[in-house]
Design a protein around this ligand. Sequence first.
Ligand SMILES: N[C@@H](CCC(=O)N[C@@H](CS)C(=O)NCC(=O)O)C(=O)O
Length: 200
Amino acid sequence: MIKLYGMTGSGNCWKPAALLRLLGQPFEWIETSTLAGETRKPEFLALNANGRVPLLQFDDGRLLAESNAMLCHFAEGSAYLPAPGYERSKVLEWLFFEQYSHEPYIATVRFWIHFLGKREAWRDRIAEASIRGRAALGVMEQRLAAHDFLAGDFSIADIALYAYTHVADEGDFDLTPFPAVRAWLARCEAQAGFVPMRLP
Ligand SMILES: N[C@@H](CCC(=O)N[C@@H](CS)C(=O)NCC(=O)O)C(=O)O
């Protein structure tokens, strides 16, 4: 059985779990708290020198880190990832966007406010990062105003961006000015087999 080390409430950890559920592939969830420092213990660092979850371990012991690499791995050959070529590259474009322009601001501000309780103490850095987070939401809004999904049909691009967008309010991001994003969140949730974030 595939082992998935992850922390409940983490969007990055929810991504592979959600895809595995959509694909009907069983896995064992191993709760690993970053807040308790479990990803920085020697035994975890021996599995992932980067000290982060999610982390996958296959039956034969091979390891895979990085949530979007996991999405690509499991989506191969499924409806959630087009065949190699331009359509696939557009999916990858959104995965890289998520990791460089979205997650570092929206997920990070959520972590500071919701998990660390630093809304007041880190007001300045939150304000600065929030500008970039709103810019990322604006990019999504522009695309989704004219399309149902981020890249063609519902794909791992939507799973990756859903992860932290749907809990952006926990980082004080107001989605009211992004109606197309809100409608897209509902479309994602309407996908057959779509599981909520509060796994397992
Ligand atoms: N780029 C990585 C980011 C993973 C990441 O930042 N994980 C956080 C939890 S969401 C973590 O493990 N933090 C613990 C730490 O940095 O010590 C991915 O997408 O998997």
